[in-house]
Design a protein around this ligand. Structure first.
Ligand SMILES: [Zn+2]
Length: 268
């Protein structure tokens, strides 16, 4: 049995299968990573995106955020075959959840449930159970959230208002300052998403890491948590990761090759 067949078998047999994804899964869609040599933070000042800045200078923050966002997500950004492979596995009931460090919303778009529609209930965001569950460890830049009342809305409309000169854009319910619903520097990860991710890792029988360098906590410790609980650990990454030595299967391949191959083997 080759590795793809054996790894596919592990995914098929698992009563709970979970994927963890990072910047590497969106890179083939043209979304640059935040960290590393090619990272966004070499070009932009991280202090400009600190939570402090939103309080001190929300208008300036929004101007810089629009610039950053234009770099991160140009109009052509769309899910790639790796996102679609995971969405197909979810649809087929072979993948229970995707835990992601990304804020680009591409998993949700691939699954056909585009986050960012108006008036999303925040309770649905991280705890939505079901085949298409996406746990957002760092939030989702396609949404904006009101600092005062916590209302979440599609980010598109406040962005347009900001571009038209409303700096900062304000909440239509309470006039509070809106900010991107993404984890900023100086902010903690959303506790419910983190707790959900940890629970999923512990419960998983197969845990697949795709495109995450596993250098940032707490994502870095999720695979170890899963492996300690007895999960079969699968890693797909062009570069070595800190858990390769613990992994049952390591595919040193591009995510857009390895994940569709894995999907085809699971679903055949
Ligand atoms: Zn509000």
């Amino acid at each position: 049995m080759d590795d793809v067949t054996a790894a596919a078998e592990a995914l098929r047999m698992a009563s709970t299968a979970v994927a963890l994804t990072g910047a590497g899964i969106s890179a083939p869609s043209g979304v640059p990573p935040f960290r590393g040599e090619e990272g966004i933070w070499n070009e932009y000042d991280p202090d400009a995106f600190h939570a402090r800045r939103v309080r001190r200078d929300p208008g300036g923050f929004w101007e810089d955020w629009l610039d950053l966002r234009a770099d991160l997500f140009d109009a052509e950004v769309a899910p790639n075959p790796a996102h679609h492979a995971l969405a197909d596995l979810s649809d087929a009931g072979r993948l229970d959840a995707v835990v992601t460090q990304n804020i680009d919303g591409l998993h949700q778009e691939a699954a056909g449930s585009v986050a960012g529609s108006d008036d999303i209930e925040s309770a649905d965001l991280a705890t939505d159970a079901g085949a298409d569950e996406v746990v957002e460890l760092h939030g989702n830049g396609r949404r904006a959230v009101c600092r005062d009342c916590g209302r979440t809305v599609s980010a598109e409309e406040p962005r347009e208002r900001a571009r038209a000169g409303e700096l900062p854009p304000r909440c239509e319910s309470c006039d509070g300052v809106l900010e991107p619903d993404a984890v900023l520097f100086g902010e903690r990860l959303p506790a419910d998403a983190l707790a959900r991710a940890e629970r999923l890792a512990e419960d998983s029988e197969a845990f697949l890491v795709a495109g995450s360098s596993l250098t940032v906590e707490p994502a870095a410790s999720l695979p170890t948590r899963a492996a300690r609980g007895g999960a079969t650990l699968l890693v797909v990454d062009l570069k070595p990761t800190p858990v390769d030595s613990r992994a049952d299967y390591v595919f040193r391949e591009d995510v857009t090759d390895a994940l569709p191959a894995l999907r085809d083997a699971v679903l055949e």
